[in-house]
Design a protein around this ligand. Structure first.
Ligand code: AAO
Length: 462
């Protein structure tokens, strides 16, 4: 349940937040497959309440487990799974089963929900399937966190067999359709024993070359100081490691010297890497107020933090692909993304995963997979560099120029910097780096350049 089931040579999940199933299918074929992405996290595929002005968050208000939403219906979902799987890209579902909708009315498949009587006939769930009403308002109290209602959302009682059965049926249905795993929404608000029981009742993966236990990665926000701990969850599934993006966000905004990253990993209070799914920002905290969190709105340090994440061996990496927004509630653009000749998106979509500095680092991660960190270098402050075995090397500066001959373990030759450009038709569109026969690389990285990163690897060598 901690195995991410990535296809050979692929390593990163992209969260195509609010994309439609047919657009995701095309994206797998046209971009994600060829660029080496491993998987897509999709928005919740089950029926949700239709809420006025159609905010993004209506998708976290389940009405039933039927697969009809504004992203598409079940046949479009099946087609997406097939087309993505055919090009080596797995599908991971955002699974919302801590609660049901907090809104009375109709859902995206036309079914009703009634918050007064706690009735969701299309599942069906009835009032005795829920914890009685109280609000999650005390993060020092595990019972309050897990038995009360998060954001006024009716809280399912997963200790009941009848509730477990409905959830397992939903997850099994998705396994039958060929998904590889689940992001478990609000896992912190459910009891570990209940989750363990639910996961172990879900069937093994089938189809599209998959087998074994589904991947479960759980949303347990643990930045320390609360009653619920991430370590209660990582024995039976992976956990989204929220400390990761908060620490790197601080570091790449200059609030912590980069050279301290020499021991990045569990020594920083992070979970073991094999238990962690890591990210710089997600769909919630990109809308939040924490100054630690970097997003597309602060592109230079954001791209650096993502480059560090993708260059470092720790964890299963995930990137968010956003739509642009000015306020918290704003839903996705009416039109799905179009694409410019430089790969970037139109129609209000940010498409971070199509930024060269980001997708080329997805390629870097694939090129260096299986190696450790070596040849660590720093100037003692805001400049660092390190290698990944004899496969890749990366340098960062937040302050001042780097003009150094740095020791690498790379084969001699001329490499393309995959941050300032790419290898195209036998030449580099950006900077080049020469590595001599002793492995010394002539690294020039000036603070005046567009990006404070330089990265080279064996798959983009002249
Ligand atoms: C909407 C309306 C509500 C209305 C409700 C029902 O906005 O006003 O009551 O409908 O009608 C999303 C939206 C919600 C939306 C909901 C349903 O965010 O606004 O409510 O859909 O439509 C906690 C949970 C975590 C949760 C997060 C948002 O632990 O699980 O809140 N995330 C997931 C999803 C999210 C979704 C839901 C759950 C619900 O990813 O999109 O909600 O399905 C602390 C705690 C965290 C806590 C946060 C926020 O952390 O540790 O556990 O997350 O606070 O309350 C700083 C702070 C620290 C904070 C941290 C968060 O460091 O110091 O306190 O940042 O990164």
């Amino acid at each position: 349940q901690k195995n991410n089931h990535f296809a050979e040579g692929r390593n990163t999940i992209v969260h195509l937040f609010e994309w439609h199933w047919d657009a995701i299918a095309s994206e797998c074929e046209n971009f994600l497959g060829p660029k080496g992405f491993a998987g897509v996290q999709v928005s919740p595929p089950n029926e949700n309440s239709v809420i006025s002005n159609r905010p993004w968050w209506e998708r976290y208000q389940p009405v039933s487990y039927q697969l009809t939403t504004r992203s598409g219906n079940e046949s479009a979902f099946v087609d997406m799974v097939r087309r993505c799987s055919n090009v080596g890209v797995r599908i991971y579902v955002d699974a919302v089963f801590n609660h049901m909708s907090g809104t009375s009315g109709r859902g995206t498949a036309g079914h009703s929900s009634d918050i007064g009587s706690l009735s969701y006939p299309a599942v069906p769930f009835k009032s005795n399937d829920f914890h009685s009403r109280c609000d999650v308002n005390n993060y020092q109290d595990a019972k309050n966190i897990r038995n009360c209602w998060l954001s006024e959302l009716p809280d399912l009682d997963q200790s009941h067999d009848s509730v477990r059965k409905k959830i397992v049926e939903y997850l099994n249905h998705l396994v039958d359709l060929g998904v590889a795993g689940f992001r478990v929404d609000a896992a912190k608000h459910m009891w570990p024993a209940d989750l363990k029981a639910i996961y172990s009742s879900v069937k093994d993966l089938t189809g599209h070359g998959l087998s074994g236990r589904p991947f479960f990665y759980q949303e347990v926000i643990d930045l320390g100081g609360e009653a619920v701990k991430k370590t209660e969850y990582n024995s039976f599934g992976a956990v989204l490691e929220f400390k990761y993006g908060a620490e790197l966000g601080n570091a790449f905004q200059g609030r912590n010297d980069l050279h301290w990253l020499v021991n990045w990993g569990p020594e920083w209070g992070l979970l073991p890497g094999t238990d962690a799914v890591v990210f710089i920002d997600n769909h919630d905290n990109q809308r939040g107020r924490s100054p630690a969190i970097l997003t597309y709105k602060n592109p230079e340090p954001y791209k650096m933090a993502i480059a560090f994440m993708l260059a470092h061996p720790y964890g299963t990496t995930r990137i968010i692909s956003s739509f642009g927004f000015d306020n918290f509630d704003q839903g996705p653009p009416v039109q799905q993304p179009g694409f410019r000749s430089d790969d970037t998106c139109t129609n209000g979509w940010i498409c971070e995963h199509r930024w060269r500095q980001i997708y080329n680092m997805v390629g870097f991660r694939n090129a260096v997979a299986g190696t450790g960190i070596n040849n660590w270098w720093s100037n003692g402050h805001q400049q660092i560099a390190f290698g990944r075995g004899n496969k890749g090397f990366i340098a960062f500066t937040l302050h001042g120029d780097i003009d150094q001959n740095l020791q690498t373990s790379l084969p001699a030759g001329t490499y393309c910097d995959v941050i300032s450009g790419s290898l195209k038709n036998g030449s580099c569109t950006g900077k080049t780096v020469n590595v001599n026969r002793r492995g010394k690389a002539a690294i020039s990285l000036y603070i005046t350049e567009d990006d404070g990163v330089l990265a080279i690897h064996v798959n983009e060598k002249l």
